[in-house]
Design a protein around this ligand. Structure first.
Ligand SMILES: Nc1ncnc2c1ncn2[C@@H]1O[C@H](COP(=O)(O)OP(=O)(O)O)[C@@H](O)[C@H]1O
Ligand SMILES: [Mg+2]
Length: 257
């Protein structure tokens, strides 16, 4: 489904701030996998997602998506097949538009016509059914500006919107991190439900080790531009937070932190 092959990524090349993040980095995500990615700050998690989405281009290596080389394909062209939710609730949706307007816009993102054509009764009923998945009563608040929702509600709406069109990959970058613990938990449960119902191939960066263990089919730990742990199946089921912390600590000792 998604392959990053032999990726090199150097930031600020040729300056005193030159940083080589990825050096011959490879990562593969199979169709139907739900990978939780954890790792220390600056380990390259967001950059990995950015490479998949086309937000940044690699300095070397290739990005293959559904068998096609998309290394040079611009971000907006990838957005048709990739849904994305970021950490900041303000970024996923347009705050002064209503839930309905945000959904109608997203619904039409693959079509050439604008807002007006999107909203008929049948579509509205469909949007409602999608919002019901959240169990937050959002389906009864479709005419409320998204900016008036709580952070958790807004992220849930952003998730529904990111996954409402026919996407092949869902990308989540610490999408629960800005929320209080309870809202974070609720959003994680909604995420799991949406991913399972739609059988979405998903790449989720999370700061929450427990989420990484409890959710998803695969767990990847990044450190300094490398995957230092990659487990699935029984091995993932048997992992616990202490094991992950132990690996974190061992890495920190190795690099002298
Ligand atoms: N746009 C950028 N400009 C310069 N350096 C960057 C940029 N994006 C990322 N980096 C570098 O790459 C490292 C990894 O960043 P990132 O992928 O955002 O880490 P993570 O999401 O794991 O915290 C950062 O520590 C930084 O040094
Ligand atoms: Mg990040």
């Amino acid at each position: 489904m998604l392959e990053l092959n032999n990726i090199t990524k150097i930031f600020n090349a040729g300056t005193v701030d030159e940083t080589t993040l990825f050096d011959n980095f490879s990562f593969k995500l199979e169709k139907g996998e739900f990978a939780a990615v954890i790792g220390s700050n600056g380990s390259g998690k967001t950059t990995l997602l950015n490479l998949a989405c086309g937000t940044i281009k690699p300095d070397g290596g290739t990005v293959i998506f559904k068998g096609e080389d998309i290394t040079k394909l611009p971000e907006h062209k990838r957005a048709k097949s990739i849904g994305r939710v970021l950490q900041d609730p303000r970024l996923g949706t347009c705050g002064n538009l209503t839930i309905l307007e945000n959904m109608a816009l997203a619904d039409n993102k693959n079509k050439s016509f604008g807002l007006g054509a999107g909203v008929n009764k049948k579509r509205v009923d469909y949007y409602k059914s999608l919002l019901e998945t959240c169990g937050m009563g959002l389906e009864n608040r479709m005419n409320v500006p998204v900016g008036n929702l709580s952070g958790g509600q807004r992220q849930a709406a952003a998730l529904i919107i990111a996954s409402m069109t026919d996407i092949d990959l869902l990308v989540l970058d610490e999408h629960t991190a800005a929320l209080d613990p309870k809202s974070s938990e609720t959003l994680m449960q909604i995420t799991d439900k949406v991913v399972k119902e739609k059988n979405l191939t998903t790449l989720m960066v999370t700061h929450n080790l427990r989420f990484a263990i409890e959710y998803g089919t695969r767990l990847v730990m990044m450190h300094e531009g490398r995957c230092v742990m990659d487990i699935k199946g029984e091995e993932k089921k048997n992992a616990n937070v202490d094991d992950l912390l132990k690996v974190f600590n061992e890495i920190s000792i190795e690099v002298g932190n």
